[in-house]
Ligand binder design. Structure first.
Ligand code: ADP
Ligand code: MG
Length: 629
């Protein structure tokens, strides 16, 4: 085994190289976060060891007091962050400090633009971790001994961050990990006790382990305790400042941006626990990735148990970050046990309501922040409306929409807003679903409603067809898809039924129907159109065309369904059609009218080339007609 016990030089994974390059360039105004990341790792390492020591008390017997020791040496130009936590084996060092395990990283890094401001924001969402050491250091040494191994089983890792690192075995090592940064020439300002102390306090006051600072060039090398060393969530709400909550969030979430809002609660009852939940201001790059880490950090009686405990919140609330500290879960609780715990449902229900209440409060009292939230996470709330029937009423109030009221795709109108503006006699909430905002707002289906001053919700997110499908009513009002079935508007055409109107134009409708019978279910006189000659409408019981197209794109085969063609009897083009004596031209124009209705609704034509040929011919015919004497 001499080759793996001895010195080896290895290359960083490509993603790590890219990340380090980007970080060094984009984080120059946030350099000091390297300390947060290293303290955070040391605290995690102590947490993990304390957890393992529950089952194997021997692990901490000789050195039971877990702590983080930071020192600096002006002469040597170094800052050292040492912990007596879990430590790393050789394999772990190579894996943890040479690769990034998080899936989707490569794609994420490709989004980097080279624009420092934008990239800093992106990288902030990603969380930079250990590699941030290379922002201020041109050489980093890590010496580690895994808990439970003999002092000779240590490992030394070293790199200049330029693409390679070396690992070597090390003897006479104490348990835990020591990271030594050789500070770059122009970053020497960090080698200062005031600077370090204030940074460490900022980044570690909420950490449950003592953080000690010493100056190695001082004669006495006295270690000074810098933080309060109590886990933040165990303190009373009144004893924690907003800044402390924010720093704690950044530590927890590896985020650069302050959270939008948080909620800190102690629950006493059948289950006793403390929860501290945060709503981030920016979505992580992998919010839509199924394998992305999600869930809360679980502690039992202040002992860290696991990261990413998914069992405490439903999937749609995966953007919530936070801590749950339970008094009465067993210390040896595992993911499997959590899944089977009969009391967990109640806890999950309570935490879910807590998040929804927090969002409701923000929506009503802080519209500006809520708008930010909606932009980042609105689609997950839409998922919630579909999945969480129990809280659907509250979730519906959190929805925000673009509507025909404004000329903007900004989703900023609530259902309450809409209902409060409903016209006299209006008993339905009108909406339209389309593939894009442009398609929605230009849809012929809106014409009559616009004319009558009726507001319509414009839905164009991918999830919208599913979401509206699950909406039944809001505030006693039903929802009506303006592109579907019979459209009943509050006033005006109430007297005549569809049949009566169609009856008046029977011969024309019959003639068109005969030509288009392969493609449409029926042809009717429209009561929705003002400016357009025609539109296609889906039968009430049929899938909305957007949903159908999505399902078909995902490989599902669906029973065929044909739309209804509605024609605007007052439109000059339809009047021309009605007056067309030439059979052939009547047929061509009918097909063109249908194809235009399909195009306007966002559909792909079955045969675009045939359409273009037909259209060209028709245009030329008109031209030659108008030129002929
Ligand atoms: P993250 O902390 O988000 O996982 P990092 O880049 O900060 O990402 O660290 C990568 C991994 O390296 C950690 O998950 C951990 O397994 C390991 N690690 C880093 N620092 C330490 C340490 N001081 N003690 C033990 N393990 C560590
Ligand atoms: Mg880390």
């Amino acid at each position: 085994m001499s080759d793996t016990d001895g010195r080896e030089t290895l290359g960083f994974q490509t993603e790590v190289r890219q990340l380090m390059q980007l970080m060094i360039h984009s984080l120059y105004s946030n350099k000091e976060i390297f300390l947060r990341e290293l303290i955070s790792n040391a605290s995690d390492a102590a947490d993990r060891l304390r957890f393992q020591a529950l089952a194997s008390p021997d692990l901490t017997k000789e050195d039971p007091e877990l702590k983080i020791r930071i020192s600096f040496n002006v002469d040597a130009g170094t800052i050292t962050v040492a912990d007596n936590g879990i430590g790393m084996s050789r394999e772990e060092l190579i894996g943890n400090l040479g690769t990034i395990a998080r899936s989707g990283t490569a794609e994420f890094l490709q989004q980097m633009t080279g624009d420092q401001k934008k990239d800093a924001k992106l990288i902030g969402q990603f969380g930079v971790g250990f590699y941030s050491a290379f922002i201020v250091a041109d050489r980093v040494e890590v010496v580690s001994l895994k808990a439970g191994q003999s002092a000779d089983a240590g490992v030394r890792w070293e790199s200049d961050g330029q693409g390679e690192f070396t690992v070597d075995s090390a003897k006479d090592i104490e348990r835990g990990t020591t990271v030594t940064l050789h500070i770059k020439e122009d970053e020497k300002e960090f080698l200062d006790s005031f600077r370090l102390e204030s940074l460490i306090r900022k980044y570690s006051d909420h950490i449950a382990f003592p953080v000690l600072l010493s100056n190695e060039t001082d004669d006495d090398k006295e270690e000074k305790s810098v933080n309060a060393a109590t886990a933040l969530w165990t303190r009373g709400r009144k004893d924690v400042s907003a800044d402390e909550y924010k720093e704690f969030y950044k530590h927890l979430a590896h985020d650069f941006t302050d959270p939008l809002i948080w909620s800190h609660n102690k629950v006493e009852g059948t289950r006793e626990y403390t929860s501290l939940l945060f709503i981030p201001a920016t979505a992580p790059f992998d919010l839509w990735n199924r394998e992305a880490p999600k869930g809360l950090k679980l502690y039992v009686q202040r002992v860290f148990i696991m990261d990413d405990a998914e069992q405490f919140l439903p999937l749609y609330l995966r953007f919530v970050r936070g801590v749950v500290d339970s008094t009465d879960l067993p210390l040896n609780v595992s993911r499997e046990m959590l899944q089977q715990d009969p009391d967990l449902d109640a806890m999950r229900g309570a935490l879910t309501r807590r998040v929804i209440d927090m969002l409701s409060k923000m929506a009503s009292s802080d519209a500006e922040n809520y708008a930010k939230f909606w932009l980042e996470f609105g689609q997950t709330i839409k998922e919630g409306v579909v999945e969480d029937k129990q809280n659907a009423d509250k979730l519906m109030k959190l929805l925000r929409f673009a509507t025909t009221r404004a000329d903007s795709d900004k989703q900023d109108q609530s259902l309450q807003d809409y209902v409060s503006r409903m016209a006299d006699g209006q008993d339905k909430i009108y909406y339209i679903v389309a593939e894009s905002y442009a398609l929605a707002t230009a849809s012929p289906h809106l014409e009559q409603l616009r004319d009558k001053g009726l507001e319509v919700l414009l839905l164009h997110d991918r999830i919208d067809p599913w979401m509206v499908d699950s909406l039944t009513e809001f505030d006693g009002k039903n929802f009506q898809d303006v592109g579907k079935g019979q459209l009943s508007l509050p006033e005006g055409d109430g007297e005549m039924t569809q049949d009566a109107i169609d009856d008046e134009h029977k011969p024309l409708l019959k003639k068109i129907r005969k030509i288009l019978k392969e493609k449409v279910e029926n042809v009717q006189v429209s009561r929705r159109l003002v400016d357009s000659p025609a539109c296609v409408v889906t039968a009430d019981q049929d899938l909305a065309p957007q949903l159908r197209r999505m399902l078909e794109a995902s490989g599902q085969s669906l029973p065929e369904s044909k739309p209804v063609l509605e024609i605007n009897i007052d439109h000059p083009l339809v009047q021309r059609l009605a007056a067309e004596a030439d059979e052939n031209r009547f047929s061509e124009l009918s097909r063109i009218v249908l194809d235009h209705a399909l195009l306007a609704e966002g559909a792909q034509l079955d045969n675009p080339a045939a359409y273009v040929r037909r259209m060209n011919k028709y245009l030329l015919d008109i031209e030659s007609e108008s030129q002929s004497p």
